[in-house]
Design a protein around this ligand. Structure first.
Ligand SMILES: Cc1cc2nc3c(=O)[nH]c(=O)nc-3n(C[C@H](O)[C@H](O)[C@H](O)COP(=O)(O)O)c2cc1C
Length: 168
């Protein structure tokens, strides 16, 4: 491997962040309803599949998030996987703003969870386990229903949005 940094100690947070950013991910918006039934959404690329049988997925939320309590309390949440055309939606839900859903197209699931329009996949989950882990909580959900299409995904790589070169 050719390196751009000489064996940085993991205590160097800037270098660690840059190293972690070499792992290309998709981009999701995780949604839930808050205690009053209002819509919550946060951009997250920590999403990962865990198990097929039973169908489990995870994501992690920073303890400093203003929406933390809503996600810790939520019985249901949805992973909305963004399309290549939805960079604006990702940026929108990465902002701290309590009026986040104004101007955003969405419907509500039977459990009251916001489901964003025009995504490439959506997994509707029931919260299964929550783990306190460092400066984040890991939230594991059991997938209760899912939909998807074949459109191109939005990617995140080296701290920037990216596109799949050939998504056929
Ligand atoms: C591409 C991308 C991925 C992100 N992934 C996560 C994540 O997995 N978990 C998280 O807590 N925050 C993540 N964030 C940051 C949150 O979206 C952001 O801090 C949050 O929306 C701030 O608002 P809040 O404090 O009101 O929740 C990500 C941001 C971007 C742009």
């Amino acid at each position: 491997m050719s390196t751009t940094s000489a064996d940085a100690p993991s205590g160097d947070l800037d270098q660690l962040r840059r190293c972690l950013g070499r792992f290309a991910t998709g981009v999701t918006v995780v949604t839930c309803a808050d205690a009053a039934g209002g819509p919550c959404g946060i951009t997250a690329n920590s999403f990962s599949s865990v198990s097929l049988e039973p169908p489990l997925v995870l994501w992690s939320i920073a303890k400093v998030s203003n929406s933390l309590q809503a996600y810790l309390d939520a019985e249901y949440f949805a992973i909305n996987v963004l399309s290549a055309e939805q960079e604006d939606i990702s940026s929108h839900f990465a902002r701290t703003d309590h009026t986040r859903f104004s101007g955003v197209k969405y419907s509500k699931s039977g459990k009251g969870v916001p489901i964003l329009a025009n995504t490439i996949a959506c997994l509707h989950c029931r919260t299964n386990e929550v783990h306190d882990c460092g400066d984040h909580y890991i939230i594991i959900g059991e997938v209760e229903s899912h939909v998807f299409d074949d459109n191109a995904p939005l990617l995140f790589f080296r701290g920037r949005y990216a596109q799949v070169a050939n998504s056929e």
